[in-house]
Design a protein around this ligand. Structure first.
Ligand SMILES: [Zn+2]
Length: 313
């Protein structure tokens, strides 16, 4: 009984804190901040503040405004190391690859971590009472997670370990995976445990997570192309995708009319509307862009793959 009283007091406090945040000037200031992308403000920050998503993920610097500048600056700082690596004999390459990776890490710190955009993201996390956790995916790419509850951090730490194992397994066990260099970079995309845990942490409905996993693991199919085709088929039948089902960038609903995904998007929208119609409008704008991104995926995939191939680190 005491525990449940304590818990309800704690929940009340949290609800008050959430209301205070959203009734303050902070959302208006957030809306105006040029150092965060619009969808990041809503989908990564506010959806977690509202308690609708347990956590969110921002890939840095790819999801910063002017993202290309950071890559260019890092490339410039590492150009000499890359030149030495390219001209070296086979025997020297392993050591030089490690040296290059370290140089990229150092440059990432200098260029990204010390940037105004990064500092602004950290500032917003604090102001909105969110915790953050950072993971290096590659020396030039980090994931920046936002969440409220400490148990999420424990799950994220576990996820990092699961990913390490999955990457190793992809490198050593699967000749099929060896055949595709892109898959080696993202070996974790072949781990059920990783994909399932990640989906849960990001607040994705289980039907959508299972559909994603089935595509990736059983059918060895492109989730992006499946999702794009589903929208195309709907439109060919004179129907429209359910915009609210596309509640986060890089999220793929199991169908463009998934009821569970739709409920998440609608819940974010309704709560934002309570505090600021401007925020709700911006949210709707972001959702429409999410639909368009998936719909146009087949055209953009070639460009994306080319860029990825260029940046092996
Ligand atoms: Zn679904």
């Amino acid at each position: 009984m005491r525990i449940s009283n304590k818990r309800s007091r704690w929940n009340l406090l949290r609800r008050k804190k959430k209301a205070n945040i959203l009734e303050s000037e902070l959302p208006t200031q957030l809306l105006r901040d040029p150092f965060l992308l619009d969808y990041v403000k809503i989908e990564a920050y506010l959806a977690v503040v509202l308690g609708i998503r347990p956590s969110s993920l921002i890939t840095i610097p790819a999801e910063f405004p002017n993202k290309d500048l950071y890559g260019k600056q890092i490339d410039a700082l590492c150009r000499e190391d890359l030149r030495i690596l390219k001209n070296a004999g086979v025997a020297d390459k392993p050591v030089l690859i490690q040296r290059l990776k370290e140089k990229i890490r150092k440059s990432f710190k200098q260029v990204v971590i010390e940037s105004k955009a990064y500092q602004t993201h950290v500032k917003w996390a604090k102001q909105l009472f969110l915790q953050s956790y950072q993971v290096e995916v590659r020396p030039s790419i980090h994931e920046f997670y936002l969440f409220k509850d400490s148990h999420v951090e424990r799950k994220l730490r576990r996820l990092v370990e699961v990913r390490k194992i999955a990457k190793k397994t992809a490198l050593t066990d699967s000749p099929k995976v060896h055949a595709q260099r892109l898959n080696l970079v993202y070996g974790e995309e072949h781990s059920y445990d990783f994909l399932n845990s990640m989906g849960e942490l990001l607040g994705y409905p289980s039907c959508c997570v299972q559909s994603y996993i089935e595509d990736r693991l059983q059918k060895n199919a492109s989730v992006e192309i499946r999702a794009s085709k589903q929208i195309e088929e709907l439109r060919n039948n004179g129907e429209k995708p359910d915009t609210f089902a596309f509640f986060a960038r890089n999220f793929f609903p199991c169908t463009p009319k998934c009821q569970k995904a739709n409920a998440v998007g609608k819940s974010i929208s309704a709560q934002l509307m309570d505090f600021s119609p401007k925020l709700a409008d911006l949210h709707l704008d972001c959702l429409k862009k999410n639909v368009a991104t998936i719909e146009n995926y087949p055209e953009s995939i070639t460009r994306y793959k080319e860029n990825l191939e260029k940046r092996a680190f």
